[in-house]
Design a protein around this ligand. Structure first.
Ligand SMILES: *[C@@H]1O[C@H](CO)[C@@H](O)[C@H](O)[C@H]1NC(C)=O
Ligand SMILES: *[C@@H]1O[C@H](CO)[C@@H](O)[C@H](O)[C@H]1NC(C)=O
Ligand SMILES: *[C@@H]1O[C@H](CO)[C@@H](O)[C@H](O)[C@H]1NC(C)=O
Ligand SMILES: *[C@@H]1O[C@H](CO)[C@@H](O)[C@H](O)[C@H]1NC(C)=O
Ligand SMILES: *[C@@H]1O[C@H](CO)[C@@H](O)[C@H](O)[C@H]1NC(C)=O
Length: 419
């Protein structure tokens, strides 16, 4: 395992002396089934070992099967997204400054399309609300969020002069103590800390998943629940939503019409709330859970494991996607529709993309174009997504891509991988 991680690190380093197309001549992939168990004493996460193997396999696959594309996007010029904990202090500050810059730029969404959009950041929240909840959604949960997170990274760079790349939050590393992670510890280089205690905003002693009225999983309150009062986002304004939330003390959004495309997009300015839950993260985002997800035998298995099972949330199983949202919880973090209003969203979805990328590239030949699911996450009876379906990001980002374009992080509009 250690060897694989080391090999991964070496291969990932740009090698000026090697022409990119001569990475390898034999199509031999790392067999991840032999990378099975990290030694008990090891502090290397098994999920990270698998990610290292995926990084190597992705390069082998691209260089052999897509040599033309590999000449354009290869290990010498690809971007490597890193975990927040690996950012230096000045890199963290640059990222935070860029996110805050987006919330000061004017919105590009016409007022009649989003009466509550106050700034450029809200354009991303509005697109997510409009496309997640409404019947207008196209695409596929994983492909769409890959494109969405990339467009956000591009916007930070193009409009806010950010020189770095989107960080991710490596769930299992902090599963036992998310509030102690560099992303959520409330320090000046975090994305803000927990919410104030004693202001929990539910009329029950738990947050109910999937709903408060019909809880299949009851998450006990943590020590927060109120407005985030520490770190650079303590004065952050949430302007849109709520749409689908357990938090009861937030005023309802003035726009409630489901069919006119405006639901949740009225102006509803309020504080950012969190109730960090180690109860949630320690059970469903630990290394064992993430490794199980990464060992899914096919896309359908991966898909349901990520989303809480075929009958979601029964069998006391939350899945990493929902568990990641309820690691911070609060408003809008626990609201699947309006959740990008908490800038931590993009850290969580960076990691969602990273585990999908890992799963794909453990066996790239068979998985690079594997999709499962309908065009509307919440509706299993909607049409199945196909690789030909096109996706757009509304007023957040110009252009369209197909799902096919979003299947490889080294092709389509992208040129990035993860370390
Ligand atoms: C909690 O409050 C909401 C709204 O105030 C209400 O609709 C719901 O019935 C309450 N639930 C319980 C279990 O009291
Ligand atoms: C909601 O919007 C639709 C489409 O614009 C409209 O036909 C309908 O009357 C609206 N419903 C309400 C309750 O305003
Ligand atoms: C979607 O695909 C599944 C198999 O993955 C199939 O069972 C289902 O019938 C398909 N739905 C439609 C509407 O074609
Ligand atoms: C996707 O488009 C290609 C070319 O336009 C076509 O050959 C293929 O049959 C389409 N596939 C589906 C599933 O629609
Ligand atoms: C919501 O989606 C509809 C249909 O795609 C689109 O016409 C509308 O402009 C979108 N609104 C926003 C705010 O993106």
């Amino acid at each position: 395992m250690r060897t694989a991680a080391v090999v991964g690190a070496i291969l990932l380093a740009p090698a000026a002396f090697a022409a990119p197309q001569t990475l390898t001549t034999s199509e031999e992939y790392l067999d991840y089934s032999v990378l099975d168990t990290a030694p008990a004493s090891s502090n290397v996460l098994q999920a990270d070992v698998l990610a290292s193997a995926a990084a190597i396999n992705q390069q082998i696959y691209q260089s052999i099967n897509n040599p033309t594309q590999w000449r354009k996007c290869n290990r010498n010029n690809a971007i490597y997204r890193r975990e927040w904990a690996a950012f230096s202090t000045s890199e963290k500050k640059d990222y935070i400054t860029a996110v805050q810059c987006m919330s000061k730029l004017p919105s590009k969404t016409p007022k009649e399309k989003c009466p509550g959009c106050q700034n450029r950041y809200d354009d991303f929240v509005a697109t997510h609300i409009n496309q997640t909840f409404s019947i207008h959604n196209t695409g596929n949960f994983l492909a769409w969020h890959r494109y969405f997170t990339w467009a956000y990274e591009q916007t930070l760079r193009k409009e806010c002069n950010y020189k770095g790349y989107q960080p991710y939050y490596n769930w299992p590393r902090w599963a036992r103590n998310p509030a102690g992670s560099p992303a959520l510890d409330g320090s000046a280089t975090s994305m803000g800390g927990n919410g104030l205690g004693g202001d929990r905003c539910t009329n029950q002693t738990f947050y109910g998943i999937p709903t408060q009225a019909q809880p299949l999983i009851e998450i006990p309150h943590g020590t927060g629940g109120g407005c985030v009062d520490s770190g650079p986002f303590k004065d952050w304004k949430v302007n849109l939503g709520p749409v689908f939330t357990d938090v009861t003390c937030t005023p309802a959004n003035p726009e409630t019409n489901f069919t006119n495309g405006l639901i949740g997009l009225g102006k509803n300015t309020r504080c950012l709330r969190r109730d960090i839950s180690s109860w949630t993260s320690s059970q469903w985002t630990n290394d064992q859970q993430v490794t199980k997800l990464l060992k899914s035998k096919d896309m359908k298995t991966f898909w349901y494991d990520m989303q809480g099972g075929e009958n979601p949330f029964s069998n006391n199983f939350m899945g990493v996607h929902t568990a990641g949202h309820f690691t911070t919880g609060g408003d809008p973090g626990s609201d699947f529709v309006a959740s990008p209003g908490d800038p931590w969203f993009f850290f969580h979805h960076g990691q969602i993309d990273r585990v999908w990328w890992t799963w794909q590239n453990l066996d790239p030949k068979n998985r690079i174009n594997a999709i499962y699911g309908t065009v509307f996450l919440a509706d299993p009876t909607a049409a199945n997504a196909t690789l030909n379906d096109s996706m757009n990001l509304g007023y957040a980002y110009p252009g369209t891509v197909t799902i096919k374009d979003a299947m490889s992080t080294l092709a389509g509009p992208f040129c990035y991988a993860y370390i």
